[in-house]
Design a protein around this ligand. Structure first.
Ligand code: GRF
Length: 201
């Protein structure tokens, strides 16, 4: 996966956190491999050992780990273990891609400004779960996805990029989700291009 440093730009190191299918993670992996994204995925980590995305990452030759959140007695203990693992990797960016755990403020402050998430709604609309069902129930004409920096408040950090997708008459939440997810892949790669070009001090 490692590509040579081009010009002055050093390829950034990503750690991607997932809980499930990992289609956004795969889109990012493809963009890294093609050179579209000047970054490498150092680790894909899941809180669910059976997340299909872990197997997909392995087929791409990407290092994977699982930290099963159900084996921890508190959210803080899980966060501490996650932090320990990530310290070893020392990523430039922590990329949440369908990671279904809320991260506590200690963790978020440790990596402040370097955690990015994709959320399937036009934030600030519909933070939390069941976004597409809520958009349909509200009679909205469009749904979408947002890439945002992660803060301690759920789905409330600064929005970096959004994509708008029409809601069609008769759409089910699943149909809408399937339409939105393809746009998510492009959106996340585009947003990450800007992130990896951000110099840190
Ligand atoms: C995506 O819809 C993302 O916006 C949300 O969780 C879903 C993850 O899908 N946070 P995938 O695992 O990347 O396929």
């Amino acid at each position: 996966m490692t590509k040579p440093v081009t010009g002055q730009q050093k390829r950034k190191k990503l750690a991607i956190l997932i809980s499930g299918r990992g289609s956004n993670m795969l889109a990012i992996a493809d963009a890294c491999a093609s050179g579209e994204l000047q970054a490498d995925i150092a680790l894909v980590l899941s809180n669910r050992p059976d997340a299909p995305g872990l197997e997909f990452a392995k087929t791409k030759g990407i290092a994977t780990e699982a930290i099963d959140h159900t084996t921890f007695t508190s959210r803080a203990n899980f966060d501490a273990e996650l932090q320990k693992r990530l310290e070893l990797v020392n990523p430039d960016w922590i990329v949440l891609a369908g990671f279904m755990r809320i991260l506590g403020s200690v963790f978020v402050e440790r990596w402040e400004g370097r955690i990015i998430n994709i959320h399937p709604s036009l934030l600030p609309l519909y933070p939390g779960l069941d976004t597409h069902a809520r958009a349909i129930a509200a009679g909205d004409s469009e749904a979408g996805a947002s890439v945002h920096l992660v803060t301690s408040e759920l789905d409330a950090g600064p929005v970096l990029a959004q994509v708008r997708v029409p809601i069609l008459s008769g759409d089910t939440p699943l149909e809408l989700a399937q339409r939105v997810i393809t746009h998510e892949h492009t959106l996340y790669v585009t947003a990450l291009k800007h992130c990896v070009n951000t110099p840190f001090d």
